[in-house]
Design a protein around this ligand. Structure first.
Ligand code: UGA
Length: 439
């Protein structure tokens, strides 16, 4: 099939490359010429394991190209995927739908025949219905232009795997206007459906809500274990052992029960806030007040980490802090709302001298926090450090041995903000080891 994908960020670039990998002929559309040139040359403008191979293979095979021309994309096909960002509005909890609306307003007038727009971006419930009406009104195709919602559940760091082997596919269709969306989606995803990926057809609102509810649940699970971690700290219990024990109950499950400095990134934090804002607009705000607590517990982890450093070092003034990890999670260079960078920034603002190292997120970190110190390796960041903080659980840091840092630091003090190192090993080597929610 011929497919046009609007937006070439984390979601869109992955979607375009993976749809081409499924055998389709794909054109990716974005407004950023630098990004398009990079992608056209077969380079991914961000770090995502495995995506470069898929991209290069499909660009070379002629199945994938990029353009800034909506006209070209509209003329190329009648199957469109909407993959632009929906960030948090400045100074508000609600999502900013500006990019989504711009694509509809630009694309719809160019669509002259039967076509389907599949929305993938995370949007407040009710958006798809509204965009559908707007698209029909603006398009010469009128009711021939359908808007369906096909939320995306990919995780950064596993984007290719999650797109080519998803846990499920969800498709929301306008029940009042039965059209071709389901039939087209079945063709787009034929290969995945043949592999028995569960395919759920819903109304538009349910599809939008599945996505928001999934992220709200994941955020709640992380904040739950972090709240328990605070209690563990109060009594000297060990949250990591507790999480293992909880995880054996299949109703609970072990995943997403890693206590630490909490969740960040471009999705979970803004999605729970947008969900609360939307519930308020719908008159159902009481239903989601617990998400405010989820958010508060999460943000408290960052201040707790800062306090722990202050407590451990006696003061922050002039203390040399090595920060290992800046990305919001490992295997990503994304620093949007990163707990690690937030902690590093707070420590510096309160008088510490901070040196950051991250395997992949250095450029993005520098752009966001230019005043922090940056070091080319973990050992360099730890040079003369009074305290070492592990704030993102990259495998490079999990593999660190006390011997790697013994001769480098000024004081052998390690605070493990992701509970990813072995306390016994570090204590055995003469280090003061401190985890979160651990004795
Ligand atoms: C999240 C969802 O997991 C995806 O399903 C969803 O598609 C995506 O948002 C999105 O809406 O686009 P992602 O933001 O890539 O994916 O990251 P996660 O793997 O969910 O991790 C989020 C944060 O939670 C990270 O900062 C991570 O360090 C933290 N986390 C995760 C914990 O603190 N503890 C855990 O046990 C798990």
């Amino acid at each position: 099939m011929r497919i046009a994908v609007f937006g070439a960020g984390y979601l869109g670039a992955t979607q375009a490359a993976c749809l081409a990998e499924l055998g389709h002929e794909v054109v990716g559309v974005d407004v950023d010429p630098a990004k398009l040139a990079t992608l056209d040359a077969g380079e991914v403008p961000f770090y995502e394991p495995g995506l470069g191979d898929v991209l290069r293979r499909n660009v070379a095979a002629g199945r994938l190209r990029f353009t800034s021309s909506h006209e070209q994309a509209a003329a190329f096909t009648g199957v469109y995927f909407l993959c632009v960002g929906t960030p948090q509005k400045e100074g508000e909890f609600a999502a900013d739908l500006g990019y989504v609306e711009t694509v509809i307003d630009t694309l719809a007038p160019l669509v002259t025949g039967p076509a389907v727009i599949f929305g993938k971006s995370t949007v407040p419930v009710g958006t798809a219905q509204r965009l559908g009406a707007r698209a029909r009104e603006l398009s010469p195709a009128g009711t021939g232009l359908e808007v369906a919602w096909n939320p995306e559940f990919l995780r950064e760091g596993f984007a290719v795997q999650d797109t080519l082997h998803p846990d499920r596919l969800v498709l929301g269709i306008d029940r009042h206007r039965p059209g071709r969306a389901e039939e087209v989606a079945r063709e787009v995803y034929a290969q995945l459906l043949a592999e028995d990926v569960p395919f759920l057809i819903t109304d538009l609102a349910t599809a939008e809500l599945v996505k928001t509810a999934a992220n709200a649940f994941l955020a709640t699970k992380v904040s739950f274990i972090n709240a328990i971690s605070e209690v563990c700290e109060a009594v000297g219990a060990d949250v990591t052992v507790l999480a293992d024990a909880l995880g054996y109950d299949v109703r609970i499950g072990r995943r997403f029960l890693d206590a630490g400095i909490g969740f960040g990134g471009g999705c979970l934090p803004k999605d729970i806030r947008a969900f609360m804002a939307r519930a308020g607009e719908l008159g159902a705000d009481q239903a989601l007040t617990f998400l405010r607590e989820v958010d508060t517990i999460n943000m408290r982890r960052r201040s707790r980490m800062v306090e722990l450093v202050r407590h451990t070092c006696g003061s922050l003034l002039g203390v040399r802090v090595a920060v290992l990890g800046a990305a919001f999670k490992p295997d990503s260079d994304d620093v949007r709302d990163s707990p690690a960078l937030n902690v590093a920034g707070q420590l510096q603002l309160q008088g510490a001298s901070v040196n950051v190292y991250d395997p992949k997120a250095m450029d993005n970190s520098r752009a966001l926090f230019p005043t922090l110190g940056y070091a080319p390796t973990a050992a360099d960041a730890c040079q003369g450090a009074d305290v070492v903080l592990v704030l993102t659980e990259w495998s490079e840091f999990r593999k660190l041995q006390p011997g790697d840092l013994d001769a480098v630091v000024r004081n052998k003090v390690l605070i493990d903000g992701r509970n990813c190192l072995d306390p016994q090993q570090w204590r055995g080597a003469g280090w003061t080891y401190c985890g979160l929610g651990r004795p």
